[in-house]
Design a protein around this ligand. Structure first.
Ligand code: COI
Length: 358
C-alpha cells in the first residue's frame, strides 16, 4: 500500500469549454500529477500527488537517448451520481507490467498502480467532463532518468500520471476515416516491442503517417515487416473487420498491441453470438473481400479512438477501395454504442469491467 502525499495546487486552472471551444485532443492538462521515483536503494518511493509542472532532467537523461520508456492510456468517466468510473483499469496495470519487463524497467505492483490511478482520479474528479463523447484521458508513464549516455539499463526511473480532459480522438463517429495499407515501412517486427506499449513504437509511424496524409488518407495500417503481406496494426490502434458476417482481427503475434478495446469487443461479440476470428489476414484477402463485397465493415479501435469506422482503404496497386456501402455498419454502431454506454455506467457490462470510485 502506497503512502501517497498530497499537495494541492494554489492556482487552479480554468476548465475547458467543450460546448463552445473544445480543446485539441491531449493539449490541456489538469491541475495535478502523480509522481513516484525509483532507485536501487529505495525501490519505488516518495509517491505524491503534486501540482502539474515540468520535471528537471539532464540532457544526458537516458530516455532521451535510448527511449527506455513505456506508457498507458486510460479514461475516466462520471457516473450519474457524479462518481468517477474507470474501464478495466486492471488490464492497464497488467499491461504496464508486461511493457516494463520488455524494456527492463522495474515493475510497479498492480495494486500500487491501481491505487495511484484511483487516488489521482479522486483528486482530479472535477476535471472529468460530462459532455457527449468526452472523458478524462490519463497517461501513466515510466521513463529512465539516470544521467549517462552509456547504453545500459538505467538505475533510476520516474513514474508519473497526468490527465487531459478530451473529446473523442477523431471528430465524429462516421465512415469518413480512411486507411492507407502500408507495404514499404513497418511498425514492428517479430521479437520486437510492437506488442508492448513503448513510446518508441510510435516514433517510426510518423513518417508513413505523414506520407499517407499527403495521399489523402487519415490513418495507416501497417503490414508485417518480412513480406508486407499480412495486415498488422494501425499507427496508434488495433484494426478489426467484418468479413462474411464474422468479426476478424489480426492474431496477437507479438507485433500487435493487446488492446483493451480489442479484447472487450471480442468478448461482447462472442456474448452476442457473432463469430470472431483472431487470425492472419492477408493484404490480398482484404483487397478481394472489399471488391467482392464480403468485407462489409472495418474499424480502428483503441482507448483514445474507442471505435472509428473505416470507410475506405488505399493500396499502392489498386488505389482506393470502399468498405461495404461506404456507410457505418451495424456491428460497428452496436459496438460503439455499447462500449460507450458501459464506460459511462449507463449499461451493465460484464462483471468487473467498470470500477466506480466512491
Ligand atoms: C490510446 O489509445 O490510448 C493510445 O495510447 C493511442 C494514442 C497514440 C492516442
Amino acid at each position: 500500500m502506497l503512502d501517497i502525499r498530497i499537495e494541492k495546487t494554489k492556482n487552479p486552472k480554468a476548465k475547458p469549454d467543450f460546448v463552445n471551444n473544445p480543446p485539441e485532443f491531449g493539449t490541456v492538462t489538469t491541475d495535478h500529477m502523480f509522481v513516484m521515483d525509483y532507485n536501487p536503494e529505495q525501490g519505488w518511493h516518495d509517491p505524491r500527488i503534486v501540482p502539474y509542472g515540468p520535471f528537471e532532467v539532464e540532457p544526458i537523461c537516458m530516455s532521451f537517448h535510448y527511449a527506455q520508456e513505456i506508457y498507458e492510456g486510460m479514461k475516466a468517466f462520471k457516473s450519474k451520481d457524479g462518481n468517477p468510473l474507470l474501464f478495466r483499469p486492471d488490464m492497464n496495470a497488467k499491461r504496464f507490467q508486461r511493457s516494463a519487463r520488455r524494456v527492463m524497467i522495474p515493475e510497479i505492483p498492480v495494486e500500487d498502480y491501481l491505487q495511484a490511478v484511483y487516488e489521482f482520479v479522486k483528486v482530479e474528479k472535477d476535471w472529468i467532463p460530462t459532455e457527449p463523447a468526452t472523458s478524462l484521458y490519463m497517461r501513466p508513464v515510466c521513463f529512465a532518468t539516470q544521467s549517462s549516455v552509456g547504453v545500459e539499463v538505467s538505475s533510476e526511473y520516474k513514474f508519473f500520471i497526468v490527465a487531459c480532459p478530451v473529446k473523442a480522438y477523431h471528430t465524429e463517429f462516421s465512415s469518413e476515416d480512411s486507411c492507407w495499407v502500408e507495404t514499404e515501412y513497418s511498425r514492428a517486427s517479430g521479437g520486437g516491442t510492437g506488442g508492448d506499449k513503448c513510446g518508441c513504437n510510435y516514433a517510426n509511424t510518423l513518417l508513413p503517417q505523414t506520407l499517407a496524409e499527403e495521399k489523402g488518407y487519415v490513418e495507416v495500417v501497417f503490414t508485417d515487416s518480412v513480406e508486407h503481406k499480412w495486415i498488422g496494426e494501425i499507427s496508434a490502434s488495433n484494426i478489426m473487420f467484418v468479413i462474411d458476417g464474422k468479426v476478424v482481427t489480426p492474431e496477437l503475434d507479438g507485433t500487435i498491441l493487446p488492446g483493451i478495446t480489442r479484447d472487450s469487443i471480442l468478448h461482447l461479440c462472442r456474448e452476442w453470438g457473432i463469430p470472431c476470428e483472431e487470425r492472419k489476414i492477408s493484404v490480398d484477402e482484404l483487397k478481394e473481400t472489399l471488391k467482392n463485397g464480403k468485407c462489409t465493415e472495418a474499424m480502428s479501435l483503441g482507448t483514445a479512438v474507442v471505435i472509428e469506422p473505416i470507410g475506405s482503404f488505399g493500396f499502392a496497386d489498386e488505389g482506393r477501395l470502399t468498405v461495404g456501402d461506404g456507410e457505418v455498419g451495424p456491428v460497428s454502431r452496436r459496438l460503439y454504442e455499447t462500449i460507450l454506454a458501459i464506460q459511462h455506467g449507463e449499461e451493465k457490462g460484464p462483471e468487473g469491467w467498470v470500477v466506480e470510485l466512491k
